[in-house]
Write a protein that binds this ligand. Structure first.
Ligand code: GTP
Ligand code: MG
Length: 221
């Protein structure tokens, strides 16, 4: 019974995601879904990414959290158009479903954007199961989380088109084995690009930005 309900929820979401895909295609906007466990540095990475991409690339952000507008407040400082979804109004969902993205994208307005970034709710499990009609997915893992996370939560890394290993500025103070973490990511998703960065110092940002800009160019021409 539980399995059937879960299947129906995911099937309904897939239909909504297909509608979003058509809308984003019509609006000529590239959509990136950014996912990670809480606190890996999605917002910090995005703040620095936006500051480097804009105004050449016109960027908007939909950010999801259970409560607060803290992340929207941080992201707005970059000058990007930002809208915050709080899921506590809908039972505190741990992921952003496709119909929520539809409503927020229309509210934000996409016709003046090249790139729409969705910062998903901090969770290494559920967001991986919910297609939102995006063009690409990026997962962030930080060096304080443990090298084994890709092996424990493989779906998130399997559905991602790229991974970011963040907070490398902290490596001198930790026992974290960065090459092993990268190897684990590539074990669950062979060939996936992994960008080792510090959102704090912006070390390693160029290859990540180049990957993103190339993906946007490929869609928008
Ligand atoms: N030292 C260091 N700290 C970082 C780095 N990136 C993020 N942080 C810090 O880590 C904490 C969490 O960062 P956020 O960007 O809020 O993480 P998040 O993934 O957006 O978190 P949620 O939205 O709550 O899931 C903050 O205190 C950041 O300042 C980094 O590269 N190095
Ligand atoms: Mg955040």
């Amino acid at each position: 019974m539980e399995i059937n309900i879960q299947k129906r929820v995911l099937e309904k979401n897939e239909t909504e995601a297909d509608k979003n895909r058509a809308f984003f295609k019509d609006q000529k906007v590239f959509v990136l879904n950014m996912m990670s466990s809480p606190g890996s540095g999605k917002t910090e990475t995005l703040c620095k990414t936006l500051a480097r991409l804009m105004p050449d690339v016109r960027v908007g952000v939909i950010v999801g959290d259970v409560c607060t507008t803290n992340d929207a407040d941080r992201l707005e400082i970059t000058g990007a158009k930002v809208t915050q979804i709080n899921t506590d109004q809908f039972g505190g969902d741990c992921h952003l479903a496709a119909h929520l993205i539809d409503a927020s994208a229309r509210e934000l307005g996409c016709d003046d954007l090249d790139l729409l970034i969705v910062e998903n709710i901090g969770n290494l499990v559920c967001p991986a199961e919910f297609d939102i009609g995006e063009d690409a997915r990026a997962v962030v893992l930080s060096v304080t989380e443990g090298e084994d996370k890709p092996l424990k939560y493989p779906l998130m890394f399997q559905v991602a088109d790229a991974a970011i290993l963040n907070k490398i500025d902290l490596l001198p103070y930790l026992d974290f084995d960065a090459p092993l973490a990268v190897e684990n990511m590539k074990t669950v998703h062979p060939g996936m690009p992994v960008f080792e960065i510090s959102a704090k110092t912006e070390e390693g940002f160029e290859p990540w930005l180049e990957w993103l800009k190339t993906r946007v160019r490929e869609k928008l021409g």
